[in-house]
Design a protein around this ligand. Structure first.
Ligand code: AMP
Length: 277
């Protein structure tokens, strides 16, 4: 399954024994499955073409497949291959045995600082890898992160990722919470958007909610993002505040670069080998 032949092989549903459902997303469902020849366990994501067409996301899915299938990193979910029939598209994905980070976060409300720092360190390594390949993720949030066997973080959703440089305007869907000022304001953006989202993720891991959330309205959230209206609860350590404040900066070029995130005292304290390659 993991061999280089996987890229050339034409898969079909008859290659798999499909097991229990793992979850349901916006488009289609995900099942546990086993490749018959190798006994290799995977997650099989089944998407309905009709729904993809209706939501006008075929192009987005093609891009997602093109990008994700070429990535190889321990903190990025592998996409081994895909196939389709008349009605469905099937994605053969690495199985993330410990499930969604989002569920765990909701269960414990917020993560202790060492745990959050370990996730942020892994996320930073994955982003360094992506940016080296000129891939901007643009949709970092707990809902898109899964956990592997050793509890390691896996970026799972590349639906919004692009190869840099990207077009100027993007249609904004869903929540604004993770979008940087340059995106909510419809300006040009580059890979620095992921630094902002890393700051938001760090805050949400430590506090339980994203920093600019405003239940009153979309517009209120927008204003708080554009003003970088950042407030910390008392229990946050000075080091954690410092890192978040260096990432949530209005001007993209002034945000802390990823290599320096790995050197930051808060990351170093909780990940002694953080800067190792
Ligand atoms: P999605 O359509 O990608 O949002 O997936 C729906 C749900 O299925 C997720 O929220 C997870 O709970 C589960 N899921 C998706 N992909 C995997 C995977 N590779 N390994 C384990 N669970 C998954």
């Amino acid at each position: 399954m993991a061999s280089s032949r996987a890229d050339e092989h034409r898969w079909s549903l008859s290659d798999f024994d499909v097991g229990r459902p793992l979850g349901k997303g916006k488009f289609g469902r995900v099942y546990l499955a086993r490749e018959r020849k190798s006994n290799y366990v995977v997650a099989l994501k089944i998407l309905f073409k009709s729904e993809l067409v209706q939501a006008k996301v075929e192009k987005q899915l093609r891009r997602e497949i093109e990008i994700q299938s070429h990535l190889r990193h321990p903190n990025i979910l592998r996409l081994y291959g895909y196939f389709y029939d008349a009605k469905r598209v099937y994605l053969i994905l690495e199985y993330a045995i410990k499930g969604e980070i989002y569920k765990q976060l909701r269960k414990c409300e917020r993560f202790p600082e060492p745990r959050a720092a370990q996730y942020i360190c892994q996320m930073t390594h994955a982003l360094i890898y992506l940016h080296r390949k000129h891939v901007i993720h643009r949709d970092i949030k707990p809902e898109n992160l899964l956990l592997g066997m050793k509890g390691e973080l896996k970026i799972a959703d590349f639906g919004w990722s692009v190869h840099a440089p990207n077009a100027r305007r993007t249609t904004l869907c869903g929540t604004l919470d993770y979008l940087p000022p340059e995106m909510v304001e419809g300006r040009d953006h580059n890979e620095k958007v992921d630094l902002w989202s890393l700051g938001i993720l760090c805050y949400e891991f430590l506090v339980g909610v994203p920093p600019f959330e405003d239940p009153s309205s979309y517009r209120a959230t927008y204003k708080r993002i554009a003003r970088v209206d950042l407030q910390f609860p008392d229990y946050l350590s000075a080091d954690a505040r410092d890192l978040i404040s260096r990432l949530l900066i209005y001007t993209p070029e002034d945000r802390l670069p990823l290599s320096q995130v790995l050197q930051h005292p808060w990351i170093q304290r909780h990940n002694p080998d953080a800067a190792a390659p």
